[in-house]
Design a protein around this ligand. Structure first.
Ligand SMILES: C[C@](O)(CO)[C@H](O)COP(=O)(O)OP(=O)(O)OC[C@H]1O[C@@H](n2ccc(N)nc2=O)[C@H](O)[C@@H]1O
Ligand SMILES: Nc1ncnc2c1ncn2[C@@H]1O[C@H](COP(=O)(O)OP(=O)(O)OP(=O)(O)O)[C@@H](O)[C@H]1O
Length: 319
């Protein structure tokens, strides 16, 4: 039998874009973290992490459309080695001693090189570093041997979104992101994703929400036991929900308001909303073909971008 890491496919792992179809902030913990209720799905769009080798590891090479953005961020922080503090490397460092022991872990880390094709915008509300860290855990678990339970204990130590990105399937998320229950099977859905090219900091948006002192929102109603038969049914059910981070994010970045307007105006769009803490927004369509047909109609003035704007059309990722 081939070893689990012997094929080229086994040496790569995709980190799909996390989409919060709705996000209610239901409370706040004593330590300041917010309690959430969110329906999380994953889009076909993804970063890709691939294993390489070195004798000076752990090392990370950044490629893809947004590799230079991450590289520049690291450089602007004035730390020559900041790329090596990327969440991907932090995930590897967290897993190695637990999977292999101190000595074995140190040896394997020295041999570890990772290539990250960063195709998704950075600091954009679609998982980003969390999805990459989760992909790293899944990839290295295959290489080093670690079970799901072990990964599940490490994931929340890396970030609130890492547990959901580890599962990478449709779930209802509660707590600060650690309570995950399977969602009903999703209907066929088309999706347009767009980022206006403005980075948004998650802590800054939660801080704005806190300062606004708005009342917390109750959790969404129970999900229909048979799920939603069509994208239209899903969109109309989502109409009774919202994203509580959208107003503070729009206050921080008016480009989000313009983008939501442009997405709502797309032919066939059933619902337009922001994901996570922004600034990426999504529109739902009846199917992938409708989303792809609508994408060229997206007004480019809605993507002003200090950074590189981004747009994508496709379907959901089903693990
Ligand atoms: C908004 C979401 O994207 C929804 O999926 C996530 O909750 C954010 O997850 P994340 O980016 O992995 O967040 P972390 O890196 O763990 O936290 C960044 C900061 O966001 C705030 N934060 C995050 C998650 C949460 N449930 N409550 C919070 O208040 C905290 O100030 C925290 O210091
Ligand atoms: N692999 C990575 N990809 C993107 N950002 C990373 C990565 N590793 C570390 N970071 C840092 O994390 C910061 C937040 O970016 P990220 O893309 O994770 O945010 P996000 O998309 O808002 O995430 P979330 O949806 O979980 O809130 C970046 O500004 C960057 O400094």
């Amino acid at each position: 039998m081939p070893s689990p890491i012997s094929t080229p496919q086994a040496r790569s792992e995709n980190a799909h874009a996390k989409i919060n179809l709705y996000l209610h902030v239901t409370g706040r913990r004593g330590d300041g973290y917010h309690l959430l209720d969110s329906l999380v799905v994953f889009a076909g769009a993804h970063d890709t992490l691939t294993l390489g080798e070195t004798t000076a590891g752990p090392t990370l090479a950044l490629g893809g459309a947004f590799g230079p953005t991450l590289q520049a961020e690291a450089a602007s922080q004035g730390k020559a080695q900041a790329v090596q503090e990327n969440l991907v490397i932090r995930a590897a460092r967290a897993l190695a001693p637990k999977a292999l022991g101190q000595q074995g872990g140190a040896a394997q880390l020295r041999a570890l090189h990772l290539n990250l094709a960063k195709n998704l915008p950075v600091a954009s509300g679609i998982g980003g570093g969390s999805a990459d860290a989760a992909a790293c855990l899944r990839l290295l678990a295959r290489l080093w041997g670690a079970d799901g339970a072990r990964l599940a204990t490490i994931a929340p130590t890396l970030g609130a979104d890492v547990p959901v990105c580890l599962q990478q399937r449709a779930v209802r998320m509660a707590g600060i992101g650690e309570h995950l229950t399977p969602a009903p099977a999703m209907p066929p859905v088309g999706m347009v994703l767009a980022n206006p090219g403005v980075p948004v900091s998650t802590p800054a948006i939660f801080k704005r929400l806190k300062e606004a002192a708005a009342p917390f929102t109750p959790p969404a109603p129970p999900y229909p036991s048979r799920g939603w038969a069509t994208a239209g049914e899903l969109a109309s059910w989502l109409g009774q929900t919202g994203n509580d981070l959208q107003a503070p994010a729009e206050a921080e970045e008016p480009a989000i308001t313009a983008l939501l307007g442009a997405l709502s105006a797309l032919p066939g769009a059933r619902l337009a909303r922001m994901s996570g803490s922004g600034a990426t927004c999504f529109a739902l369509f009846d199917d992938v073909a409708s989303a792809q047909a609508a994408l060229p109609h997206l007004h480019q003035e809605a993507l002003p971008g200090q950074r590189r704007p981004w747009q994508w059309a496709g379907g959901l990722f089903n693990a």
